[in-house]
Design a protein around this ligand. Sequence first.
Ligand code: GRF
Length: 223
Amino acid sequence: MSDARGRLVVLISGRGRNLQAFIEATRDGRVRADIALVISNRADAAGLALAQAAGIPTQVISHRDYPTREAFDAQMVAAIGPHQPDLVLLAGFMRILTAGFIRAFEGRLLNIHPSLLPRYPGLDTHAKALANGDAEHGASVHLVTEELDGGPVLLQASLSVHADDDAQTLAARVMDEIETRIYPQVVAWMLGDELRFVDGQRRFRGRSLQQPLTARDLDPDFR
Ligand code: GRF
């Protein structure tokens, strides 16, 4: 993946703020790649307009049009395959994927999850962090495996929870201060082969990682 420009496919269901971060990072050269296709499972996803405004092809594949998860995922694999992406990026894609889909893109399928995994897999992560009185909250970029939000975490960054935070203010800070920085950073590293997953090991710049990377490891361009 090192010299040529990479190819990305991004899957969304909603607002597309992570997608917008990829659009900006591919435009300004921090991520040396083109977004070949944006797929949404919802026709009303606001992120579709962000892609269109950037001149990126979009496709809506509604899960409601398919009788089973397997049939929906098979259609997605068929739509993504011809683009031969280096990475398939789940960016607020709100469907649970089948083993068949995950296997089709194993090792090049990434997700961002708004919590400090393994804390709070699943939904409503910000409310859960508040309800538990956590002092720190954050987001994690991980490889996708068949365990929901359970694949190897590559990079995780945190912020302090404020006394007056509610789920909305906390979610907004995690998005603005963390998600939109760490996800493009991981993509840049993986496309440059600086960050790899080999033989079940996370490797960063030639060394094996025992823990996820953190905000301290971010390149200056992504801080
Ligand atoms: C983000 O918080 C992401 O971590 C989660 O869903 C949200 C998507 O937001 N999985 P957006 O569509 O990128 O704006």
